[in-house]
Design a protein around this ligand. Structure first.
Ligand SMILES: Cc1cc2nc3c(=O)[nH]c(=O)nc-3n(C[C@H](O)[C@H](O)[C@H](O)COP(=O)(O)OP(=O)(O)OC[C@H]3O[C@@H](n4cnc5c(N)ncnc54)[C@H](O)[C@@H]3O)c2cc1C
Length: 437
């Protein structure tokens, strides 16, 4: 290991008389925090392995050709370019040294006065190697582009093969997990099947394409109201999606999906949307973690258990209380709210004032199933259908970072609505499934 005082290892960040706050992750939580701290008497260093912020709720639209990837990504440097004392470094953090108050990354080590882990979450396969090796995930833009390429490549191959079983497997999709991601992806694929495939592949019987949504429990969208869940299922059925409930996928060898029932699927495209776990970083002690979801245990101020100057926020943090024994949902709102409050709390800490405990304000949840089909649960008002779909679009549009992205997405959506189209169905970066097991 190279010494800390080596020029390379200080990441070209000047010494400052202000306390240095290092934030790992420029997602919803990290950006909200950095913005809060940006005009204060602190030095903020934001580290992220990507140089852009990803708006994950719209990844499924990238996978299904509805949006270009650039319209849901935003350069982190641009978000904070006008703020003094702010430094961004493109770096993948590998370890935290809680004794030396240092982080290690692929571009070196850095000392901190305060550290905030905002590294989000990653796909959880619950130890199932065959599924991990052979299925697709959709947590990042590159992964969404892989999925987009695979879907389109499969149709190109289906057109050419004379093997009927293979053709069916190429045109069959299995989405595991009927949370918002699984439901939205299934709905989008069903719309492609109905509106686009017959025009793009007139010489292929695209009616044979199957979209299967598999859920281990007995409800879809289980975090939403029973009405929303029921209506979403109706919408999916109207679109021709096969919804399989109380079925647990047990393995996938790249072609055959097996389940805990007699049901099997032959499919070349399986998307795993059945679980996430905290993207925690090495260096914290075992008792600072919740083993099941790999999230970091924090107190009501987002302070990591037993350490005063290290915090965790967003998906990676688990703040347990009587009302939320398993922590807050891994969603954008808790991440943003925790980021904002922690900004205030760090300033209070520096002023030696008492910090404010975090209280989550649940603003509701929503999911879209397709054109004119969405479900919205607000705290005092629950509705479904066309109005819900417009509300969904409005909320997502205004949650995007950057005026350009909002404009581009708006124009795309209007165009897609009028033309019944999804023009970003391009194989720009061919993807080949690697069969590892
Ligand atoms: C497909 C999909 C759909 C979703 N839909 C919704 C929705 O409709 N509504 C909703 O509320 N939520 C939704 N979510 C969840 C929501 O996106 C997350 O809850 C939210 O992004 C959490 O914010 P975060 O800041 O904790 O993490 P993230 O936004 O994931 O940000 C984490 C950041 O940390 C960086 N990072 C990770 N590890 C390292 C490392 N070692 N070194 C450096 N950088 C690192 C990553 O590059 C990333 O930029 C969805 C998620 C997905 C994947």
């Amino acid at each position: 290991m190279l010494p800390l005082h080596s020029k390379f290892f200080i990441m070209n960040i000047p010494k400052s008389s202000f306390p240095r706050i290092v934030i790992i992750g420029g997602g919803f939580a990290g950006i909200a925090l950095a913005k809060k701290l940006s005009k204060q008497e602190v030095q903020v260093v934001l580290l992220d392995k990507h140089n852009y912020h990803t708006f994950q709720p719209l990844l499924y639209q990238v996978s299904t050709g509805g949006l270009e990837p650039d319209s849901i990504a935003y350069p982190i440097r641009k978000v904070l370019q006008d703020f003094p004392n702010f430094y961004f470094r493109l770096a993948k953090v590998s370890e935290i040294d809680t004794e030396k108050n240092t982080i290690q990354s692929n571009i070196g080590a850095l000392k901190f006065d305060y550290l905030v882990v905002a590294s989000g979450s990653k796909t959880n396969y619950f130890g199932n190697k065959s599924i991990e090796d052979n299925s697709m995930e959709m947590k990042t833009i590159p992964q969404s582009l892989n999925l987009r390429s695979l879907i389109l490549e499969n149709f190109e191959e289906a057109l050419l093969t004379s093997d009927l079983n293979r053709r069916n497997a190429l045109m069959s999709f299995v989405i595991v997990g009927a949370g918002p991601t699984g439901v939205e992806l299934a709905g989008a694929l069903a719309e492609i099947k109905k509106g686009i495939l017959p025009k793009d592949y007139p010489d292929l019987d695209t009616r044979l394409a199957q979209i299967n949504l598999v859920q281990s429990g007995d409800t879809i969208l289980k975090t939403m109201s029973p009405n929303a869940s029921k209506k979403a299922e109706d919408f999916l059925e109207q679109l021709g999606v096969n919804v399989w409930k109380n079925v647990r996928v047990t393995s996938y060898d790249g072609t055959t999906v097996t389940t805990d029932s007699d049901l099997t699927f032959e499919s070349e495209t399986v998307v795993w949307a059945a679980g996430v776990k905290g993207a925690a970083i090495k260096g914290l002690d075992a008792e600072q973690f919740v083993s099941r979801g790999n999230r970091i245990l924090v107190n009501e101020f987002n302070q990591v258990k037993g350490i005063d100057n290290i915090f965790a926020i967003g998906d990676v943090a688990q703040m347990e209380s009587e009302s939320v024994p398993h922590g807050h949902p891994m969603m954008a709102q808790p991440a943003i709210q925790q980021g904002k409050l922690l900004g205030d709390n760090i300033l209070k800490l520096l002023d030696k004032k008492p910090m404010t405990p975090f209280v989550y304000k649940d603003r509701g949840s929503m999911a879209t199933i397709g054109r004119n089909k969405a479900v919205v649960d607000l705290p005092n008002f629950k509705f479904q259908g066309v109005f819900a779909w417009f509300v969904w679009m409005f909320v997502h549009l205004f949650s995007l970072v950057g005026f350009r992205n909002r404009t581009v997405v708006f124009i795309n959506w209007v165009y897609n609505y009028i033309r019944f189209d999804r023009e970003a169905r391009l194989i720009i970066r061919p993807y080949k499934k690697k069969l590892k097991s």
